[in-house]
Design a protein around this ligand. Sequence first.
Ligand code: PHE
Length: 341
Amino acid sequence: MEVLKQIDKLVQEAQEEIAVSGSLGKLEELRIKYLGRKSEMTSILKGLGNLPADLRPQVGKRSNKAKTSIEQMLQKRNDELSDEIFNTLREDEFVDITEPGTKYESGHLHPITQMRMELEDIFTSMGFTIATGPEVETDYYNFEALNIPKDHPARDIQDTIWTVDGNPLRTHTSCVQIRTMEKFKPPIRAISIGRVFRYEETDASHEHTFYQVEGLMVDRNISVANLIAVMRTMLKAVFHREVKTRLRPGYFPFVEPGFELDMNCLLCGGKGCQVCKYTGWNEMLGCGMVHPNVLKRSKVDPDEYSGFAFGMGLDRLVMMRYQINDIRLFHSADLRFLEQF
Ligand code: PHE
């Protein structure tokens, strides 16, 4: 009988196709093809009513059996394919959690920048504001206003680089003292941190380009005692311990009296070592009471006000903190050096 053969053939075809189907998607296509609403099987069942009554039960039974067997084949293949997927997943997506991870490089701030930010924090916490000035200065701010006239021998100590139109690259941050006093009336508490330049032959302790922090405090009754107190507070905060300081006379034309401030050598604890050249002390900074001429020129009345100023090299400070023995490393762009901070 034609219909029964048709049914058997469908089962046969389905079996062949299901056996070689390689994915769950393909399997779903086959389910639609053999059992879906538009499948041959469905139309056979729909056409049952048109068959002679005596054939109906036989055809009905055969097609139901066929449907069940195709469903079972689909289910079996579905299980096989799922297992396969799961097993390869285990291999493909295996993660060895004991394997070393990937290290992503990230940059960080230069040690001098770190020191700069620390100093800014220390001084702002003492009520100082942060001032700035240009790196290419004028003769007036770098020398003249600081009590260093054209023929003054102190100009030789700070020999410098000049632009073609006759302006100096600032040799210190002291110029910002003047710019600050021109802009603000006392009381003044300000620091300024920045790059300075010298016409200098470089060696382990000299660079043509380095960093300074300048400080200025002007008010009524400011004395050397205030200067010492602020310097001690600063050094203690930078080195995280008690420090001893001493003042020695020092000459800077824009302060009177002028001092060099030394700090006890933290390396040897004052006993004497290579770093402190066996003196037990390290020279930290220049400082003093702002010279009346400087105050006057900046329109501050020296009879009413007095002030102190200091200037300190940042490079030196960082070198001392980390025991770095060559200032030229800072601008060497050598990652072996920089990555240590
Ligand atoms: N400007 C001086 C220098 O560069 C340091 C200094 C600043 C000294 C302020 C006294 C007061 O050497």
